[in-house]
Design a protein around this ligand. Structure first.
Ligand SMILES: Cc1cc2nc3c(=O)[nH]c(=O)nc-3n(C[C@H](O)[C@H](O)[C@H](O)COP(=O)(O)OP(=O)(O)OC[C@H]3O[C@@H](n4cnc5c(N)ncnc54)[C@H](O)[C@@H]3O)c2cc1C
Length: 475
């Protein structure tokens, strides 16, 4: 028989930890699953076992994860690490793989707190060894204390790029250049949001501090950079870009790319949740009410997976979802839920003050025409940008048709790496928006799971369960 919980939380980043803790503290039976082996999510990755020097270098924002993790472990919530969720049904059934075995659990409510991922931007040479995401380098530092030898180049746009640069400087890594695609001259559009950001001096100070670290280290830092490409035979040995109107090359055995983060929405798409396109930030996110409830009564969204707003907001949104579920389970009357939510919402509004400024400052400008014909778009199936443009010129108009014809998005990553760029390319070719050309269909299993593992899975009502697992195939 499937194990039954009141609530299953997928993800133990700040959102999942806050949601799981608050529900378990109220006596609700909670199971929390995460594919990582320790709690913390992206920002607080491995915080519980971090050395003093890592805690010092990563700073206060990282150490905050210690309190969250401690609260979670004391809350009574059940936790399974190394648990990859590969299917969620709208009736509260969740299938996951752990230690080579898949199983199904059921809950009254499911909170999906799967966070964000770096926006993948295919550019020439991005498949060479030595090219990786800046967030991935940040993860390796937290996970295994790996420090790159350098010389490194950091390229792209967004606060995490500057954060990673200042962390590498503190570790003494040689950085050849920081190549920002962000406009050289700030747009007038930044004026209104800067006013509200000014009310968060602490936030602005952090940004200025990162820029000061970079300037003090004497690292060439360019803005308005275009035409970035990684060069090398067997691995990257230099990075070329157009800087101030002319081509420039920088020595590098590591190119760290970062073009902002986008919600990790695969579970919502798998479920068939109603989604919305954010045309400023150019990403999809699930439509939710103010408590994080999706269009499915039992399915809630919390944290960056429901729209990127950062770690603190993720924590608050986890608490808020928890309060509403406690009300649904009859533990809190509405007035008490509202009273408990009020201070959280106030803190959330204060935290959000700089967000319009960050969003406007780093609004992604990477659209379809940006991608070069010869660039590998789908690295799993080795499909180039030109292959996609060719089928669009032949009359294909929708991303799933492109997928079927070219195999773009059909490999092991299931479109996680190529999907966003594919939509931009198709949209530009047919003079539409990515919203109009659609999203790649997501089917279970969401992540790679051996078929034998699925076949061996115990399902309470085998015929019904199996039919449901493959239900999305009909879409
Ligand atoms: C690579 C990367 C590094 C980042 N580093 C920083 C940083 O140093 N500082 C900073 O301020 N912000 C950082 N961010 C932004 C930061 O992730 C968020 O603001 C914050 O962590 C959001 O919290 P969350 O709880 O919504 O999600 P997350 O912290 O991302 O947690 C989501 C959790 O869900 C789990 N998960 C996802 N899918 C599944 C699945 N199918 N099955 C099981 N578990 C799953 C993940 O393993 C993860 O632990 C980073 C983002 C990324 C993508």
């Amino acid at each position: 028989m499937s194990r039954y919980y009141d609530v299953i939380v997928v993800g133990t980043g700040p959102a999942g930890l806050a949601a799981g803790s608050s529900l378990a503290e109220m006596g609700i039976r909670v199971l929390t699953l995460d594919e990582q082996h320790r709690v913390g999510g992206q920002i607080y990755r491995k915080v519980e076992t971090a050395s003093d020097s890592t805690l010092r270098i990563m700073g206060e924002d990282y150490s905050r994860g210690l309190n969250l993790a401690e609260r979670f472990h004391n809350s009574g919530a059940e936790y399974e690490g190394g648990a990859t969720v590969w299917n969620v049904e709208s009736d509260g059934r969740v299938a996951y793989s752990r230690n080579g075995k898949s199983q199904e659990v059921q809950a009254g409510y499911v909170i999906i707190a799967t966070g964000a991922m770096e926006r993948p931007v295919p550019l020439p040479g991005w498949t060479l060894p030595g090219v990786m995401g800046a967030g991935a380098a940040n993860n390796l530092a937290k996970e295994a204390n790996l420090i790159p030898a350098g010389p490194a180049v950091l390229a792209g746009s967004g606060p995490l790029l500057l954060l990673e640069a200042s962390l590498l400087i503190k570790k003494g890594v040689r950085i050849s250049a920081i190549l920002e695609t962000t406009a050289k001259t700030p747009s007038v559009k930044l004026l209104p949001p800067v006013v509200s950001a000014l009310r968060r001096a602490d936030f602005l100070f952090k940004g200025l501090q990162m820029l000061r670290d970079i300037r003090k280290a004497g690292i060439p830092h360019y803005k308005g950079v275009t035409e970035i490409c990684a060069l090398g035979e067997d691995r990257v040995d230099s990075v070329e870009a157009t800087v101030n109107g002319s081509k420039k090359a920088f020595p590098a055995n590591l190119l760290l790319l970062h073009f902002g983060v986008i919600p990790n929405v695969h579970i919502f798409r798998l479920l068939g949740c109603a989604m919305q396109w954010n045309s400023e930030q150019r990403y999809w996110y699930p439509i939710c009410d103010r408590w994080g409830r999706t269009n499915f009564e039992r399915i809630f969204a919390a944290g960056d997976g429901a729209g990127v707003r950062g770690a603190l907001a993720a924590e608050y949104r986890g608490e808020i979802a928890g309060l509403e579920i406690a009300r649904c389970l009859g533990l809190l009357p509405a007035y008490e839920r509202d009273a408990l939510a009020a201070p959280i919402l106030t803190a959330m509004n204060r935290d959000a003050l700089p967000r319009p400024f960050i969003d406007a400052m780093y609004a992604p400008e990477i659209k379809g025409k940006y991608f070069k014909d010869e660039t590998v778009l789908c690295r799993c199936e080795n499909i180039k940008v030109a292959d996609v443009r060719k089928v669009v010129k032949e009359g294909v108009r929708e991303v799933n048709e492109v997928k079927i014809i070219t195999r773009c998005g059909m490999g092991p990553c299931q479109g996680r790496m190529c999907g966003p760029a594919l939509a931009e390319i198709v949209a530009a070719e047919v003079d539409a928006s990515p919203e109009q050309v659609g999203m790649l269909t997501v089917r279970p299993p969401l992540k790679l799971v051996p078929l034998g593992e699925i076949a061996e899975m115990e399902i309470e009502n085998a015929s019904q369960g199996q039919a449901d697992i493959f239900k999305n195939m009909k879409k």
